[in-house]
Design a protein around this ligand. Structure first.
Ligand code: ATP
Ligand code: MG
Length: 417
């Protein structure tokens, strides 16, 4: 029987995992400079957490959740996103008692039962950040700045920054009413999904990609024309900050995001390089969510970057240091295992990736293996070498060779680095 991985869930093999590691190390380094610290919530949570925060008539909750009963009949779900878990952890661990702002980042897998295609998987990975405790737009402006710095580090170009405001509890109802009235006359021109959305959550209609719906939406009223004074001030403040950071952005009043908890600022970073799956990162403010889950009223904002799309975009632009072995330690003769271990461990201690034979094979075959591995150096340990403490070394590419003590060999390796 041949067992394969599940549809939409892929192995990240070593050749590519080096790219992942490079991206993750850069993310950690950068985020920690901004005082974001890592949080690692569990991957499985009570389903309720996502059902209640993401919103019932969103794509994620409606069709994309991995949700099932555990052995005790508890309703659980594989997390489809990170924010809800971080909010839960923030409240459960009373992190609001720590000095504000509390800033977290996470890196890890997310699960959504979507139709797998290029750039869209059922297990995918996100790097995300969440900042709790600050209501000012300087937080989300800095987030876009961080994203810009990060993408620059990864040599990414052709990125577009789009922003919008979704208003708040005060101003959104009157907008929804106006949207409802507008769509009400045009229901028959909407796609079947949007006809359903119209009843349950008309805001969702705004980011429908179906051409017929886009046509209907041409002169749809937009939220930013309905913002209350507070939301307006916030949105202008945000834009002013982006100008300070010299981030080129555009206001796209159709961005509504696929999650219901957002309030005020939302943003998306897209690329022209990935075809249909063009969103690389997205986020926004969710000032009501902590309070909604029973924590103290706490303004908050966050974003998440899609790792697979990032890897796809950056893997050809990055020159990543090879993780291939540099040295092969071979033996000529029997009973030399101890000496091989001693020599190779000294070499590894110096930080060189080193490989050896683990079983009894001829020197000729060891050299063949070394050649296949593409090592730069072979060190040969034999009876003679142990006696004289001088080892044979061979530089593979140049074909040069000689004899030297271990210290001398390490010096040679260092010089070649
Ligand atoms: P999309 O519009 O592509 O469905 P989304 O709005 O559902 O994205 P978010 O929930 O905002 O995505 O997640 C943030 C980022 O995570 C996205 O911008 C994208 O890069 C990535 N992402 C989301 N869903 C997937 C998926 N199924 N496979 C791979 N990456 C994904
Ligand atoms: Mg989606």
């Amino acid at each position: 029987m041949k067992l394969n991985s599940l549809r939409g869930m892929q192995d990240i093999l070593p050749e590519e995992s080096h790219v992942w590691q490079h991206i993750e190390e850069n993310a950690r380094g950068l985020l920690e400079l901004y005082n974001y610290n890592e949080i690692r919530p569990p991957i499985l949570e009570q389903a309720e957490l996502f059902l209640r925060s993401i919103g019932e008539d969103t794509d994620i909750v409606e069709k994309e959740m991995y949700i099932f009963n555990d052995k005790k009949g508890r309703r659980v779900a594989l997390r489809p996103e990170g924010t809800a878990s971080v909010v839960r952890a923030y409240i459960q661990n009373s992190l609001f008692n720590n000095p504000s702002p509390q800033k977290f980042y996470y890196i890890g897998p997310m699960f959504r039962y979507e139709r797998p295609q290029k750039g869209r998987l059922r297990q995918f990975h996100q790097i995300g950040v969440e900042c709790f405790g600050i209501a000012a737009p300087s937080v989300e402006a800095e987030m876009l700045w961080i994203l810009k710095q990060f993408f620059k580090k990864l040599n990414l170009k052709n990125l577009t920054y789009e922003i919008n405001s979704l208003g708040c509890k005060k101003c959104r109802p009157s907008y929804k009413e106006s949207l409802f009235n507008f769509l009400n006359h045009k229901i028959e021109n909407l796609c079947s999904d949007c006809q359903r959305r119209f009843v349950k959550n008309p805001l969702r209609v705004l980011d429908c990609k179906v051409p017929g719906c886009r046509e209907v939406l041409k002169d749809v009223p937009v939220m930013i024309d309905f913002l209350c004074n507070d939301c307006k001030t916030h949105f202008f403040g945000f834009q002013k900050e982006l100008e300070d950071y010299e981030i080129k952005y555009s206001v796209n009043p159709h961005i509504v995001r696929g999650l219901d908890y957002y309030t005020g600022t939302v943003f998306e970073v897209t690329t022209t390089m990935l075809g249909a799956q063009n969103a690389v990162a997205a986020g926004g403010r969710y000032d009501d969510l902590v309070g909604y889950f029973g924590g103290p009223k706490t303004p908050a904002a966050g974003f998440a970057i899609g790792m697979e799309r990032l890897v796809e975009l950056s893997k050809d632009n990055l020159s990543i240091e090879s993780k291939k072995p540099i040295v092969y330690v071979a033996y000529a003769g029997k009973g030399l295992d101890r000496e091989v271990k001693r020599v190779i461990s000294e070499i590894r201690k110096e930080g060189f990736i080193a490989e050896r034979a683990y079983e009894d094979i001829s020197l000729k075959n060891q050299l063949k293996k070394a050649d296949k591995l593409g090592v730069e150096w072979v060190i040969i340990v034999g009876e003679e070498e142990i006696k004289s403490s001088l080892y044979k070394w061979k530089k593979m590419k140049e074909g040069t060779q000689g004899e030297a003590g271990l210290e001398e060999i390490i010096k040679l390796l260092r010089e070649g680095r």
